[in-house]
Design a protein around this ligand. Structure first.
Ligand code: HEM
Ligand code: HEM
Length: 183
């Protein structure tokens, strides 16, 4: 399979970005939910430290993914889609990119406001984005939760859309994002 995208399908690099980020979002939500169920203590802090490191990894990968998208052509949406369907697809993809950046940034800012520095798997300590402030932390906690659940809602719509293409329209949209398939 070609590394770069073509006018017919996503290349290997774009596919790796897509599916690695999907896997990391699953890990990310699992870690957050496991931490949420625990009382305050070392185990909770360890899970949240992992959640922060995985979240920063997602942020880095999304920036690289957008740069790669910009450097490449990409397959156009099928022409037989109605105008509102094309608009919905474009809007939901843009919303996914915005949220994939906004959710980790809100988490990072929230941790800074709480006074807990963020490190990437213990290798790098990231700078604090804002000074310590209790009211700001509380506002950002609500923001992080709301943005994260909005991201999950848009992902649900996106997955339904991909399945509709495959099973209803019977077009190549899902296959061109999957490895080992022919379009
Ligand atoms: C795409 C990336 C991310 C996703 C999808 C995500 C998702 C979530 C979700 C769903 C929760 C809430 C769990 C619950 O209470 O029900 C949460 C909590 C949390 N997130 Fe994230 N997060 C991301 C990135 C980050 C980053 C980068 C940081 C910090 C650097 C971070 C820090 C936190 C913290 C500290 C909590 C616990 C807040 C609390 O309840 O005290 N998150 N995250
Ligand atoms: C965490 C979950 C997911 C996220 C964050 C996500 C994100 C994205 C984004 C941002 C794009 C736009 C690509 C671009 O135009 O640059 C995309 C494309 C795509 N995604 Fe996902 N996705 C997720 C899960 C899934 C799943 C589970 C499926 C399959 C059921 C899927 C199928 C597709 C397909 C087929 C495309 C290509 C659409 C096209 O060629 O026009 N995605 N995804």
């Amino acid at each position: 399979m070609a590394l770069r995208n073509t006018a017919r399908r996503w290349g290997a690099i774009a596919q790796v970005f897509h599916w690695v980020i999907v896997a990391l979002i699953v890990v990310q939500v699992t870690l957050a939910e496991m931490a949420d169920d625990l009382p305050n203590g070392m185990r909770k802090l360890t899970l949240l430290a992992r959640h922060k490191s995985v979240g920063i990894t997602i942020l880095g990968l999304v920036i690289l993914r957008l740069a790669w998208r910009w450097l490449n052509e990409h397959p156009p949406l099928p022409e037989n889609l109605k105008r509102y369907e094309q608009a919905l697809a474009r809007f939901s993809h843009a919303a996914l990119y915005v949220l994939l950046i906004a959710v980790p940034l809100s988490g990072w800012t929230m941790s800074s406001a709480r006074g807990f520095p963020v490190s990437w798997f213990g290798f790098w300590q990231l700078p604090d984005l804002v000074p310590k402030s209790r009211p700001l932390y509380e506002a950002l906690l609500t923001t992080h939760h709301t943005l994260a659940w909005t991201l999950l809602a848009v992902i649900a719509l996106h997955v339904l859309g991909a399945l509709k293409h495959h099973f209803w329209h019977k077009d190549d949209v899902l296959k061109r994002m999957l490895p080992f398939t022919r379009t």
